[in-house]
Design a protein around this ligand. Structure first.
Ligand code: ATP
Length: 208
């Protein structure tokens, strides 16, 4: 079995997330992809949607795509989890024969060496990176650039490689969507219609 894990704030989920996830799933022939919204660190600026609201938007957005799973495992915990702890949890749950693929956008890869226990990720999963406008692939003379080069084997394994994929670059971000809403513009067509309806119904992100 091959499983994708897509962690994020998803505040709100948008077509940048969904399109990248679908393309990665197809290129890697994964059985399914778990979308795992994280807790907010207490210092993060407000206003932001609550965990309940974010998982509700994720659940509605994934409803049509059977291989996508809205997974609230991090929100069920009392406090924020580190991604490596979540991936360890997947490994324990699925055992050693399942291939795990942790998804991230290029912007996340560029600061990956600052993540908690970052060198341990490849002991547990593969990392797959989607293109993102505004973030170019790391230079070969940087720590993360060298790390990518030395962990590229295509040999079929359950973990241990880091690969960059040329997914369709979509210049969409949750912050851009929130900004549009505060400014009174419509973010329609940047995110699923269900998310936009939810935002309006719950007057999120300053919608009025
Ligand atoms: P914000 O603008 O609030 O920072 P975001 O749009 O970057 O949010 P997150 O939920 O923080 O969304 O992102 C989760 C993951 O999805 C990250 O690894 C990020 O790089 C990736 N991602 C987000 N938007 C895109 C996109 N348009 N294309 C590819 N990857 C993306």
């Amino acid at each position: 079995m091959k499983i994708g894990i897509f962690g994020g704030t998803f505040d709100p989920i948008h077509f940048g997330h969904l399109s990248a996830a679908l393309e990665l799933k197809e290129q890697l022939r994964l059985d399914r992809v778990h979308f795992v919204p994280c807790h907010y660190p207490p210092h993060r600026s407000h206003p932001v949607a609550s965990g309940k609201q974010r998982i509700a938007m994720v659940t509605a957005a994934l409803a049509d795509e059977k291989s996508f799973v809205a997974d609230n495992r991090e929100l069920l915990k009392e406090s924020a989890s580190f991604s490596i702890e979540t991936i360890d949890g997947f490994r324990q749950e699925y055992g050693n024969d399942t291939s795990l693929y942790f998804f991230m956008g290029m912007d996340s890869l560029l600061n990956f060496t600052s993540w908690h226990r970052w060198k341990e990720f490849l002991n547990v999963c593969h990392i797959v990176v989607a293109a993102r406008p505004g973030a170019t692939a790391p230079q070969e003379d940087t720590e993360i650039g060298r790390y990518c080069l030395t962990h590229q084997t295509t040999e079929e394994k359950t973990h241990g490689t880091i690969r960059i994929f040329s997914t369709t670059p979509l210049e969409i971000s949750a912050s851009k969507i929130r900004k549009k809403i505060i400014e009174g513009s419509t973010p329609r067509f940047l995110l699923p219609e269900s998310s936009w309806s939810f935002i309006k119904e719950h007057k999120l992100y300053g919608y009025s």
